[in-house]
Design a protein around this ligand. Structure first.
Ligand code: SF4
Ligand code: FES
Length: 164
C-alpha cells in the first residue's frame, strides 16, 4: 500500500511492497529518510531538489515524488530502458504501465521486475532471488551498507521492516 508524506515543497510517497531494500534513500539523505523514526520520511528536512534527486535514484519505484512548489516533476526516461541486474531483477525506467496480478495498473517512471520466477509479488521483484540463489549475468548494482542491508546479500525481511 502506498503512503504519502506531504511537505511544504515536495510530497513523497512510498510503497513497501515494491521496495527491494537497496538503501539509496537512507544513505542518500538520512535527515529525510530515517528507518526508525515516525514518520520515516520528512520531506521538509532538506532542499526539495535534493529530495527529488534521491527519490529518482530509487530503482524499484517504491519512492516517488510530486512537487508542490512548482518545481520540475520527474521526467520519464526516454527511451524506455530495460537493464538486467546481475543475479537479480530487470531494472526498468521510462513511461511505464505495469499490470499487477489483480489487474491494477501501476503508472511509474521506475520499476524492478522479477526475472527469477520466485517473487511472491509478481511482476515486481521482492528479493526472493536472494534466498533462491538466482544466478544470471547483468549489470552490477552498487548496494551501500545501510540500515536496510545487514550485508550486500542480506536485506532486512519485509516483515521486520519498521516502515510496514
Ligand atoms: S528500493 Fe532502495 S531506495 Fe527505494 S525505498 Fe527501497 S531502500 Fe529506499
Ligand atoms: S528477481 Fe527478485 S524476486 Fe525474482
Amino acid at each position: 500500500m502506498r503512503r504519502t508524506y506531504v511537505g511544504r515543497d515536495i510530497e513523497v510517497s512510498f510503497d513497501l511492497d515494491l521496495c527491494i531494500h537497496i538503501g539509496v534513500c537512507v544513505t542518500g539523505l538520512p535527515e529525510v529518510f530515517e528507518l526508525h523514526r515516525r514518520p520515516w520520511v520528512l520531506p521538509d528536512a532538506s532542499d526539495a531538489e535534493a529530495v527529488a534527486d534521491v527519490v529518482r535514484r530509487c530503482p524499484s519505484g517504491a519512492l516517488r515524488y510530486r512537487r508542490v512548489d512548482g518545481g520540475p516533476e520527474e521526467p520519464p526516461e526516454s527511451p524506455t530502458t530495460v537493464t538486467p541486474l546481475r543475479d537479480g531483477p530487470l531494472r526498468m525506467s521510462g513511461a511505464l504501465e505495469v499490470t499487477r496480478t489483480d489487474g491494477g495498473v501501476d503508472v511509474t517512471p521506475r520499476a524492478t521486475l522479477c526475472r527469477c520466477g520466485l517473487s511472491a509479488n509478481k511482476p515486481f521483484c521482492d528479493n526472493s532471488h536472494l534466498a533462491g540463489h538466482f544466478r544470471a549475468p547483468g549489470a552490477r548494482l552498487r548496494i551501500p551498507a545501510s540500515p536496510v542491508r545487514r550485508s550486500t546479500d542480506q536485506p532486512i525481511a519485509k516483515s521486520d521492516d519498521p516502515r510496514g
